[in-house]
Design a protein around this ligand. Structure first.
Ligand code: ZN
Length: 349
């Protein structure tokens, strides 16, 4: 028996589904996007929890990159544990926005090698990735009041959970403090401001094509939580994600009776960061742990060649904050070895 309701990605499709859904219930949907050559349906699964009373809508997207697992697990655990009779509003979980990449355990869509998080709002007559993006944005348009877009660092890294947020366009009316107040509930090690212009040390890509930016443009607070690293399920990070979702739901007013857990009053706001690459190929050995501060000149890693000689020792000439560091020791010239903050400050939220 099919448990979910299949729906076409027409404008406001999910808002209408919510109107028709019984109060205090959870319903599963499937946004149709097409099919594989074999005929297997391609689409985006949706879990919608509707509370006993009307109220705001929190949207949680579990992954846009197919090898990032912790966020989708946190989202699904959270939505399945919701006390529906106390819920005032709704929670929508899209565990994966990119089923092609998820099935292939890859960051990008294997069919066209595009990055879904650079493809929003998408094209309904475009490539496979653009069709996924268009289906999701069409079905979700006007439906949610805030978005958490879960990510992780790549499988080659280790990190503690942190947040990344973008500046909303001026016309959108979303202030930075709106965003910081919500993301603080995840107690991130830091919150990195991601500029839209490409700069040295940033990964190449069209950042205005991100899912959270699409929501910001619509005037809704949205941000990314990097919930650990990819290619694995880390229950410690998942639990932190669930806790953050509970706090954020409370702050949005989804549980008016309960006292919303207090978010930290301040967080580390990172204004300048860098993806660091190595010059030498060989074996990378880490000398420092994520979420630690590095003194000027302190080595955080070194590279040994296959003759046993240290060919490169990595450090910075000014103090830095190590956010993520490589765990996969095999590196080529130009591989990423660390993600670091160079300018940060304490921000009151
Ligand atoms: Zn990602």
């Amino acid at each position: 028996m099919q448990r979910y309701i299949s729906l076409q990605a027409t404008p406001d499709a999910l808002a209408r589904c919510r109107d028709n859904q019984a109060a205090a219930s959870v319903q599963e949907y499937f946004i149709e996007v097409g099919n594989l050559a074999s005929g297997a349906p391609v689409g985006i699964p949706v879990v919608m929890a509707k509370g006993a009373h009307e109220g705001p809508c929190l949207w949680i997207n579990g992954q846009v990159h197919g090898d990032e697992i912790n966020g989708m697990v946190a989202a699904l655990r959270f939505v399945r544990e919701l006390p529906l009779n106390e819920l005032q509003g709704s929670v929508i979980v899209t565990p994966t926005a990119n089923p092609h990449a998820f099935d292939a355990r890859r960051k990008r869509t294997p069919l066209d090698d595009l990055d879904l998080d650079q493809s929003f709002p998408g094209h309904d007559a475009g490539l496979a990735t653009q069709r996924l993006a268009a289906a999701l944005t069409t079905a979700m348009a006007g439906c949610a009041d805030a978005l958490v877009s879960f990510h992780t660092m790549g499988p080659a890294f280790d990190c503690e959970p942190f947040a990344v947020f973008k500046q909303a366009p001026a016309h959108a009316g979303v202030s930075e403090s709106d965003v910081l107040r919500l993301l603080a509930h995840f107690e991130p090690g830091c919150a990195c401001l991601m500029p839209l212009e490409l700069r040295a040390g940033e990964l190449p890509g069209h950042l205005a094509g991100a899912l959270d930016y699409w929501m910001l443009e619509a005037g809704k607070p949205a941000f990314m939580i990097e919930l650990g690293a990819g290619g694995r399920l880390d229950n410690r990070h998942v639990a932190k994600g669930v806790q953050g979702l509970k706090g954020m739901a409370g702050a949005l007013g989804l549980f008016p009776g309960a006292s919303a857990g207090a978010a930290p009053a301040s967080l580390v706001r990172v204004n300048r960061y860098q993806h660091v690459t190595c010059a030498s190929g060989g074996l990378f050995e880490r000398l420092a742990e994520p979420d630690t501060e590095l003194r000027s000149g302190q080595a955080y890693g070194r590279i040994m060649d296959l003759y046993g000689r240290v060919t490169e020792t990595l450090s910075f000439s000014t103090p830095a904050r190590l956010i993520g560091i490589r765990r996969d020791p095999v590196v080529h010239s130009g591989d990423r070895v660390a993600f670091v903050a160079h300018e940060w400050e304490k921000a009151v939220v």
